[in-house]
Structures are given as structure tokens and as C-alpha cells.
Design a protein around this ligand. Structure first.
Ligand code: HEM
Length: 145
């Protein structure tokens, strides 16, 4: 369950430094202190709205669905008076791990390479057999003479 602690905007505004930074997005109160360094848009833009409601700025960028999921990860509560749909964080984490890309190569064995392996094995034996047979026959001939 996402955090349901209720904060007033004045409480949120106490946290606006790079050592302790909270923002409000769509009624959710987030502690983004640990996210500042990771933010793809840089920490400055978040610090500028630190301690405030940053919904407008967040939406203006057109953040992706992934970014909206990150919001849930840092939620510490909700803004007093805001109506916030509850989302189970477990689902978000699962969704993230399901969307990880994987690359794989399938090496197909075709019929041609199989038959090549067969000839590689059989032909030398056949040749050796013929040679030994020939030698035996010619030796038998020489003894007879
Ligand atoms: C506090 C919660 C925020 C989270 C969790 C967050 C997350 C992200 C993520 C994941 C991206 C990568 C692109 C994407 O997936 O959309 C991104 C990009 C960006 N964000 Fe945020 N963001 C937050 C707040 C903000 C705010 C308040 C601003 C501006 C005032 C902002 C400005 C930007 C910009 C400019 C980029 C684009 C970077 C680029 O494409 O070079 N973000 N953010």
C-alpha cells in the first residue's frame, strides 16, 4: 500500500534542500532526496520546486508512465485535502521487472550442417577401409606369387 500519511503544504515546504527534498505531485507527497542525483532531467529542476506542489511542472514535461511509477516509489504521504487514487506499490515494482528487455539469440541447426558432419565422419573411415582392403588384397597377391 502506498503511504497514507497526511501532510499540509506548510509541512512539505520545510523540506526543500538537496539534503532533504520533498515535492507534491498529483496530491502525493514525495521524498525525492535520494532521487535528486538519479533524475534524468537533473537535480536543479526538482530543487527549484522543492517544498512545493510540482504537479504543473511535472506534467508540462510530459513525463512518461515510467516516471509516474517512480513517483509512487518515493511517496511518503498525501497532501491534506487531495483525492489520491491508491496504487499498490507491489504492482508497480512487478510491472517494472516485467518490462525489462532481454536479448537472446537462437542458433538454429540446419539440415545441411548435420549432413556435413555425417560426411566428415564417414568419408575418412570409408577411405581408410578401402585403403586397408586394397593393401590386404595386394599383399595376398604378392604371397601367392
Ligand atoms: C519529483 C518527481 C519526478 C520524477 C519521479 C521524475 C522522473 C523523471 C524521469 C523518469 C525522467 C526520464 C524521462 C521520462 O521517463 O519521462 C525525467 C525526465 C525529465 N524530468 Fe523529471 N521527474 C520528476 C520531477 C520533475 C520536475 C518537477 C521537473 C521540472 C520542473 C522535471 C523535469 C524533467 C526534465 C526536463 C526531463 C527530461 C530530461 C531529458 O529528456 O533530457 N522532472 N524525469
Amino acid at each position: 500500500m502506498a503511504e497514507r500519511r497526511v501532510f499540509t503544504l506548510s509541512q512539505v515546504s520545510q523540506h526543500k534542500s538537496n539534503k532533504d527534498c520533498w515535492v507534491v505531485i498529483n496530491g502525493r507527497v514525495l521524498d525525492v532526496t535520494k532521487f535528486l542525483e538519479e533524475h534524468p532531467g537533473g537535480e536543479e529542476v526538482i530543487l527549484e520546486v522543492g517544498g512545493n506542489d510540482a504537479t504543473k511542472e511535472f506534467d508540462a514535461i510530459g513525463h512518461s508512465k515510467a516516471a509516474q511509477n517512480v513517483v509512487l516509489k518515493y511517496q511518503v504521504g498525501v497532501l491534506q485535502g487531495a483525492i489520491v487514487k491508491d496504487v499498490d506499490l507491489k504492482d508497480v515494482v512487478d510491472k517494472e521487472s516485467n518490462t525489462k528487455e532481454m536479448s537472446a539469440y537462437v542458433i538454429k541447426e540446419d539440415g545441411r550442417s548435420k549432413s556435413l558432419a555425417f560426411y566428415d565422419f564417414v568419408v575418412p573411415f570409408l577411405a581408410a577401409g578401402l585403403y586397408i582392403g586394397y593393401r590386404c588384397l595386394t599383399r595376398a597377391d604378392s604371397i601367392a606369387y
